[in-house]
Ligand binder design. Structure first.
Ligand code: 6PG
Length: 223
């Protein structure tokens, strides 16, 4: 794991967007289509704002959420909505958003359809993750029933989880898909997340799921 430190979150967003754009271009130079996986939450918005204007062959990029909150796609907490409003605009409007949501009653009922839709596009070429202060990444929250299965090497690509700490049920990519990304970045801000990352190093994956993805991970941190 490598840690890149920035002076402030604004500079981090710009530098990280440049780096992601460079990696997407490089991936496109030897592949017809590339898969770019991104988190929801509050951290990636400024990165998306910078990245959406990048000169990339966006028409050849498929975008996938690392996880989705089980709310309608027009809900303020929807990650699909975030990506549509902040990333898939400007030049990036030509990218294709793969579904991480289906209009089913429960996330469990959506899993098979989401797996069918995303599997032909794997592996992830470029992965961006966020992290919670509890060490969760994507929606791999400590304390969730089903977490162990989602962290298994042979987990299905997507599972539904109902984390006790989260406001709503989730659909999430699992360890083999996230860890199989060709390039992995984690963006975090603030002292509490930096401490959480350091604490994670000595803890089991079940207590700090971010640990499962430490191999080859580049962490971007700003105070
Ligand atoms: O939908 C989500 O909640 C996520 O994808 C999640 O894994 C997020 O990245 C972290 O919770 C950090 O969230 P913040 O960036 O809002 O702190």
């Amino acid at each position: 794991m490598e840690i890149v430190e920035y002076v402030d979150p604004e500079l981090m967003a710009i530098d990280l967007a440049n780096r992601l754009a460079g990696e997407l271009r490089a991936a496109l130079s030897h592949s017809g289509r590339v898969l770019f996986a991104v988190p929801g939450g509050s951290t990636p918005g400024p990165v998306f704002d910078a990245l959406c204007a990048a000169q990339i062959d966006w028409a050849s990029v498929d975008v996938l959420l690392t996880d989705e909150r089980w709310v309608r796609p027009d809900h303020p907490r929807s990650n699909t909505r975030l990506v549509r409003e902040r990333l898939l605009v400007d030049r990036a409007a030509r990218a294709t958003l793969l579904p991480m949501y289906q209009p089913t009653d429960t996330p469990e009922a959506a899993v098979a359809r989401v797996i069918e839709a995303i599997t032909p596009h794997l592996p992830i070429a470029v992965l961006l993750l966020g992290m919670g202060e509890d060490g969760h990444v994507a929606s791999l929250f400590p304390g969730s029933e089903g977490l162990e299965a989602a962290l298994a090497e042979d987990a299905p690509p997507v599972v539904a989880l109902r984390p006790p700490e989260a406001e709503e049920p989730r659909l999430t990519l699992t360890r083999p898909v996230l860890d199989g990304a060709l390039s992995k970045h984690l963006a975090i801000t603030g002292a509490a997340k930096r401490e959480a990352l350091e604490r994670a190093q000595g803890r089991p994956e079940s207590e700090a799921p971010v640990r499962a993805l430490f191999g080859g991970l580049t962490v971007h941190w700003a105070p």
